[in-house]
Design a protein around this ligand. Structure first.
Ligand code: FCB
Length: 459
């Protein structure tokens, strides 16, 4: 082993740090017609020609619904201490509201028990984009009633699982759900326009804020947080225009979500420029949204380089001229991860942070002897773990790290073409093949845990 790889294995992390991996319901479960599950906006969206690469959909995905025991066994082999998964709302309330489907709850009950049996802590995300289609038919996230429906759904789930699940994530990446799904039409439900995006964003945040006290009431041990996708916005040049464009871009994406949650207000600069599109915001909404949380979940993949469009000054994200890129075309830039973690601590001071997603897609191929060698993914993870370790050293209360993803899976509008897993999935046979990055992460966790035990033994 070269000395750099050894150095990464020995990075200092706190003794109770949670080593994890993450997935999401629609991306892995399959079994979309099973046990009374209702239709979700992704089931519907995937059927629209041209929306998802290759016409792929989540009907079978990784068949995790049937293979969850094998998948938990893989997690145990990996040595995970935590597993982040999401709950499919249409399994629990097939019509979005109204009658509960007990078989849907039973599945997550079995999954949670299986995890706990293997000493893996469940981190449950309550919404990772699979809205029941029936609620979309009644207006979806841009409609305020969806917030009430969400709170009813959260109650059902927490009452059933709250005796065993302690960590709850209310929402995954409300920026993506609102802008890509309701603003640009690239994700389900495929609607467009600033107004529907901003109304969706407000209601996703409100749903989060309304859920916080409900989760605490039904699960007194609960630790509640929300997961945001955050990317530092770097100006493409030192020009005044590019600096202003980077600030605008940061306001519309990062601060649009951080400020209401931690400060109870939308950022004034962005709110001014978005004023014509803002939804009706009721008197107590921002107080509700800023309910104190126990942790912030951070999904980090890359930074954004922002340039001002000549004439209008509008920010556009540009691809850097050089550097290294993943199969998503995303730049590998771990320094911005460190910068982000430090900024969050300085400007928003969350009580605790978890990296709820970090990882990379590469064009993995199975070689003649059946193995998958993915040194690029290992390198990506190592560099980002170095950034985490530095951030902790510099005072960031980072408590855990979840690799995206445990398994190759349905990557939204890219279909199955993009592979993020530590485990390769051969879709025609559903065979799981751990990649070389899986073995590396296993050794890394093992080393961290044995180091912790060694330190505990020192009197
Ligand atoms: C995030 C999503 C996750 C996955 C990764 C690559 O935006 O939360 O489901 O698609 O990107």
């Amino acid at each position: 082993m070269d000395s750099n790889a050894q150095r990464v294995l020995d990075l200092p992390f706190p003794p109770d740090f949670v080593w994890g991996a993450a997935t999401a319901s629609y991306q892995i479960e399959g079994a979309v017609h099973e046990d009374g599950r209702g239709e979700s906006i992704w089931d519907r969206f995937c059927r629209i020609p041209g929306k998802v690469r290759n016409g792929d959909n989540g009907d079978i995905a990784c068949d995790h619904y049937h293979r969850y025991k094998d998948d938990v066994a893989l997690m145990q082999t990996l040595g995970l201490r935590g597993y982040r998964f999401s709950i499919a709302w249409p399994r629990i309330l097939p019509k979005g509201r109204g009658p509960i489907n007990p078989k849907g709850l039973d599945f997550y009950d079995r999954l949670v028990d299986e995890l706990l049996k293997k000493d893996i802590q469940p981190y449950a995300t309550l919404y990772h984009w699979d809205l029941p289609q029936k609620l979309e038919d009644r207006g979806g996230w841009p409609h305020r009633d969806t917030v009430d429906a969400y709170v009813e759904y959260v109650e059902c789930v927490v009452r059933r699982l709250g005796d065993r699940v302690r960590h709850w994530i209310t929402q995954n990446e409300p920026w993506v759900a609102s802008w890509i799904g309701y603003g640009w039409g690239v994700h389900a439900p495929g609607r467009t326009g600033e107004k529907s995006a901003l109304a969706a964003a407000h209601h996703l945040l409100l749903a989060h804020g309304r859920a916080v006290p409900v989760i605490r009431r039904d699960c007194p041990e609960a630790r509640v947080g929300i997961t945001l996708n955050l990317s530092p916005a770097h100006p493409a040049s030192a020009s005044t225009e590019d600096l202003a464009a980077a600030r605008t871009s940061d306001g519309k994406s990062n601060r649009w979500f951080l400020d209401p949650i931690f400060r109870g207000a939308y950022p004034a600069d962005a709110a001014e420029s978005l004023a014509p599109y803002l939804p009706a915001i009721q008197a107590n909404d921002l107080r509700t949204i800023s309910a104190p949380i126990d942790f912030l979940g951070v999904n980090y993949y890359n930074r954004h380089i922002v340039r001002a469009t000549p004439q209008t000054g509008h920010p556009v994200i540009v691809r850097p001229e050089s550097g290294s890129f993943t199969n998503m075309g995303w730049e590998v830039y771990p320094d911005a991860f460190y910068e982000l973690l430090i900024r969050l601590q300085r400007e928003y001071a969350p009580p605790q942070l978890f990296v709820t997603e970090n990882g990379a897609a590469y064009d993995d191929v199975r070689i003649h002897d059946g193995r998958i060698l993915d040194p690029e993914r290992q390198d990506y993870l190592e560099q980002h773990l170095i950034a985490c370790s530095r951030a902790i050293r510099d005072g960031v209360p980072l408590a855990g790290y979840f690799v995206w993803s445990l398994l190759d899976n349905f990557e939204w509008h890219h279909g199955y073409q993009k592979r993020f897993g530590l485990v390769y999935v051969d879709y025609p046979t559903q065979e799981r093949v751990p990649k070389s990055s899986f073995d590396w992460y296993r050794r890394f966790i093992q080393r961290q845990v044995s180091e912790r035990q060694r330190r505990q033994q020192i009197p």
